[in-house]
Structures are given as structure tokens and as C-alpha cells.
Design a protein around this ligand. Structure first.
Ligand code: FAD
Ligand code: ZN
Length: 476
């Protein structure tokens, strides 16, 4: 089945785009387009005039120039794993998928950099670095399908951000195609380059609204010789922060992950995911996954890790701990954390918030937000978990038992207001790592300062005067 045909200038432009990318880069069959139109959370139903998959930067440039001239909206798409509807198109727009741009352009072990095209899958980049004895530390549960272009466009965080930083910290240079087709070659591998405005930082996190990222220079790190992983039981979040601080101090800041899980979230995983449970009985109110990495040889960090956990036990900060004795056991502990979003799907509708506050304010945030949401939505099950070490909590709320899902989800905006007001009062962010997309444009308009929004609009106008890049995302 073909998508509807377009007439006039748009039809002619689409025909030229098709010629430019050839059959290998053109999809307009409804069945073949379907995976590009689906959206992770099922909140949006996409449509598109076509899915266009250029093979290289020159083709991206030509496609954008044609779209700009004809006024055709372009929605860039990477692995389509984003959680805010940022890659959703409407029928008169094209989706520009980077999936064919997967070249490794360079790897410089002395400079500790890798230059990759935007369509490279995150896990493949990790593997390429690892094959050279190096580490590309960006890591998230979608790494088997998300692309580095999407990671940079959303400024992804993930589980290693505590130690190595977020996507912005891991990119030295970018190549970007602008709305009019101009190519900005900013593929610098310099750590220090103070020559005017930082365009790289402007494009990172811009969610496809300012330009299309086609390649990037990424930073690499030494592979840690040892990784120690433990699950610890705590009575409250203050204790979780105490043990994190203790571990950071003792290890010179080598904690690579500190993931918090509420009893509710752990219970969901145990109920719905086979062989997935926290090894504590009775179940503690909170569980923390701690990971320490570094050193040269396997087992090197273990004495330190054991000693710190023992001190924490003696100090009453933790009530119990399970230390992984093998990589398989460590993977099982990680599975518990990473299964939570999947497990939560089995509990019916979920209202999700991806928030951050200063790390020291996480206990206060939870103390205020949990009862506030329980009062707003009686019977709703608050299921917080997330990257405690970054102050980033996925504050998810599952529907009450037996509730009607659509009626529960209709409360999303009211719930946003309650949760986000608390976040903002604590000097936090209503979108910590997933971006704005189409889902949070109202929140951006509500919470971002008018001065910031106006500056953003002016930047958008300067770089994309015809408004063809990802219309409706970020700035509605
Ligand atoms: P897409 O979903 O395809 O696109 C995301 C946005 O970027 C869209 O606005 C799109 O238009 C734009 N875009 C994509 N490619 C380009 C490009 N080349 N140039 C310009 N714009 C572009 N995110 C986190 O930050 N941390 C996590 O821990 C995390 N965990 C996740 C776990 C799961 C199971 C899932 C499904 C998602 C998770 N995410 C997480 C969200 C998501 O994986 C990330 O946002 C990811 O970085 C998106 O990459 P993608 O290639 O799938 O981008
Ligand atoms: Zn996350």
C-alpha cells in the first residue's frame, strides 16, 4: 500500500528527494513505514509522507535543501527509542532516518577519540571501543537500538553519568547539516577550543529542531580493570546518600553507578519478570545498586568495596548487602534495575515524570511528592526509581488496582503540576534526561523563564527560519 500522493511543489520536491536517495533510501509503503511511525509509549500515532534514509552527509544536505525550498517538515529519527514523542511525524512531513549512516570514520587511541556517523548503534560504539581496550561509557537500557545521533540530540544520561558525565560531556565535536542544507564541519577532537560561541553545545540536546547531527567525535576512557557491584538495603534515602558519599570518598570518586529502587518498583519486577527479585527478606523500603569501577586487574577493588560496605553496616546506614561474586551475578542485579520499566507496563497505566533535583534534595523531594500524589490520586501506586547519584528520579505513578486506564492517564497534566511544582521549588528540572519532544512542550512553556524561551525562539529562527526542522517539538 502506498501513502497518499502529493501534488504541486511538494509532490515535485518529494520526487527529487526520492531520486537523491535512490530506492535503498526511500520508504513509502505503509507496512514498511510502520516501525518508524510507532512510538515507544504508545502515546502518539505517527504518519509521514515518506521515510527517507540518506546514505551519507551529502545526501542529508541535498534532502534538507529540497525540503527547505518546498517548506516540507523534516522529523529526524535515530533508533526511535525516545520517550517524549520527539521523533513523531505528521502526514505532510518526512521522517529522515539516519539508520544507513553507520560508518566508523576514525579511532585515535592516542587522542582517545572515536569519530562515528550518527546512525551508529550505541552498543556497537561501546564494542568498537572495547575491542581497542578502551571504554565509551554512555550506557542505557536502549543501547542495543538507540543511535549516537539520537543520544546526542536528546543529550542522554544513562547509568554511568555519575562517573563519566552525560552525552554532552562525551562529545568533542559534531558534524551537523543545517536546515538550508549547509554542512557545519565541527568534527573537532580538541578538548580546548575557545573560539567563539559553542555551536556543538547548541546542537546537543536540541532534539532535531536546529540541525541534523550526521557525525560526532566522542571521548574514550581507559577500560576499568575491575568492576564491583552490590545491592544494598536501606531504610530511607538519606541513608542511601550516606553510603554513596562514603563510597565516593573512599574510592576517589570511582563510583560508576548509584541506582535507587523503591520497594514498589522492586515488587513490580519480582511479580512480572521471571527470576528477577531483590535478595532481601523482609523487603526493605529502598534498595540501591552500587557499582565501583577502576583499577588494573580483576578483584583489585574488592577489599575496598567490602570495607566500605562493612563500615556502612556498622554505621547503621545499610541494613543488608549482597555483593556480586561474578559477572553473571552482577548482570542479575542490573537486570532487576533495568526490568522496572517493563515490569511497570504490566501494572496498567503509568504517569511518568523524569525529574532531577540537587542530589542533597532527593530525600526532601520524595518526602513531599509521594504523599502529594497519593492525595491527588487516591489508590495510585507511586513507583520511584532512578539515578540517585545524579539526583535524577523516574517518578512514575501506576494506576490504582482496577482503575480504568484512560481515566487514570487523563490525570497526567494535574499530576505533572503537583510533581513539577515541588521539583521547581527545590531548584530542580522537570525533564532530566529524556528531553521535551512533543510530550513536555506545555511544561516548558509553563516552567522555563520567558527570557530563556524567547532566546530559544530567536536561536530557532536564526538557524531554521522556515521552521522545517522537527516542527512541534520542544517549542510548540
Ligand atoms: P530517537 O528516539 O530516534 O530520537 C530522539 C530525538 O532526537 C527526536 O527528537 C529526534 O528527532 C532527534 N534525533 C534523532 N537522531 C537525530 C540526529 N541524528 N540529529 C538530530 N536529531 C536527531 N534516555 C536517557 O537519557 N537515559 C536512560 O537511561 C534511558 N533509558 C532508556 C531505556 C529504555 C528501555 C528506553 C526505550 C529508552 C531510554 N532512554 C533513556 C530514552 C532514549 O533511549 C534516549 O533518549 C536515546 O538517546 C534516544 O536515541 P534514539 O536514537 O532512539 O533517538
Ligand atoms: Zn533514566
Amino acid at each position: 500500500m502506498q501513502s497518499p500522493s502529493f501534488t504541486g511543489g511538494i509532490g515535485a520536491a518529494l520526487e527529487k528527494i526520492r531520486e537523491c536517495v535512490g530506492d535503498a533510501g526511500w520508504i513509502d509503503d505503509a507496512g514498511a513505514m510502520a516501525p518508524y511511525l510507532d512510538e515507544q509509549r504508545g502515546l502518539y500515532r505517527g504518519a509521514a509522507a515518506a521515510v527517507v534514509c540518506p546514505a551519507n552527509t551529502a545526501e542529508v544536505s541535498q534532502v534538507l535543501a529540497l525540503c527547505n525550498d518546498a517548506g516540507i517538515g523534516v522529523v529526524p529519527q535515530g533508533g526511535n527509542t525516545g520517550l517524549c514523542g520527539g521523533a513523531v511525524a505528521t502526514g505532510d512531513q518526512i521522517i529522515l532516518s539516519l539508520r544507513r549512516m553507520r560508518q566508523l570514520r576514525a579511532l585515535d587511541p592516542v587522542n582517545r577519540t572515536i569519530t562515528v556517523e550518527a546512525g551508529c548503534i550505541l552498543a556497537e560504539i561501546q564494542q568498537t571501543a572495547s575491542d581497542e581496550g578502551l571504554l565509551f561509557p554512555l550506557s542505557l537500557a536502549a543501547e542495543g537500538s538507540c543511535q549516537i545521533g539520537g543520544n546526542l540530540a536528546t543529550n542522554a544520561g544513562g547509568t554511568n553519568a555519575l562517573r563519566y558525565g552525560i552525552a554532552r560531556d562525551l562529545a568533542l565535536g559534531l558534524e551537523v547539516v543545517l536546515a538550508n542544507g549547509d554542512v557545519w564541519d565541527g568534527l573537532s577532537s580538541l578538548k580546548k577550543d575557545n573560539t567563539g560561541y559553542d555551536l556543538r553545545d547548541l546542537f546537543i540536546g536540541s532534539e532535531g529542531t536546529l540541525g541534523i547531527i550526521t557525525a560526532a567525535v566522542l571521548r574514550l576512557f581507559p577500560q576499568p580493570g575491575d568492576v564491583q557491584t552490590a545491592l544494598v538495603a536501606v531504610e530511607n534515602v538519606e541513608q542511601a546518600l550516606a553510603v554513596l558519599g562514603r563510597m565516593q570518598d573512599a574510592s576517589d570518586g570511582r563510583v560508576s553507578a548509584c541506582e535507587l529502587m523503591s520497594a514498589t518498583s522492586v515488587g513490580f519486577a519480582a511479580r512480572h519478570i521471571p527470576d528477577c527479585r531483590a535478595p532481601f527478606d523482609p523487603a526493605p523500603p529502598w534498595v540501591v545498586l552500587l557499582e565501583l569501577s577502576g583499577g588494573r586487574r580483576v578483584g583489585e577493588l574488592r577489599p575496598l568495596f567490602d570495607a566500605v560496605l562493612e563500615e556502612a553496616l556498622d554505621a547503621g546506614e545499610i541494613s543488608d548487602a549482597v555483593i556480586a561474586e561474578s559477572q553473571t551475578q552482577a548482570a542479575a542485579l542490573w537486570r532487576l534495575r533495568e526490568s522496572i520499566p517493563e515490569a511497570q507496563k504490566h501494572e496498567g497505566g503509568s504517569i511518568k515524570h523524569d525529574v532531577s533535583v540537587p542530589v542533597s534534595s532527593v530525600p526532601e523531594f520524595l518526602r513531599r511528592a509521594i504523599p502529594a500524589v497519593e492525595a491527588l490520586l487516591p489508590g495510585a501506586r507511586v513507583c520511584p526509581f532512578g539515578h540517585l547519584g545524579d539526583g535524577n528520579i523516574h517518578f512514575n505513578v501506576s494506576q490504582p488496582f482496577g482503575a480504568e486506564t484512560p481515566a487514570f492517564l487523563a490525570e497526567w497534566e494535574r499530576c505533572n503540576r503537583v510533581v513539577h511544582d515541588i521539583v521547581v521549588a527545590l531548584h530542580g528540572s522537570f525533564s532530566a534526561e529524556h528531553g521535551i519532544g512533543r510530550l513536555k512542550t506545555t511544561e516548558l512553556a509553563h516552567y522555563k523563564s520567558p527570557v530563556a524561551v524567547q532566546a530559544m525562539r530567536q536561536i530557532k529562527l536564526a538557524l531554521d527560519p522556515r521552521g522545517i526542522l522537527n516542527p512541534g517539538a520542544v517549542l510548540a
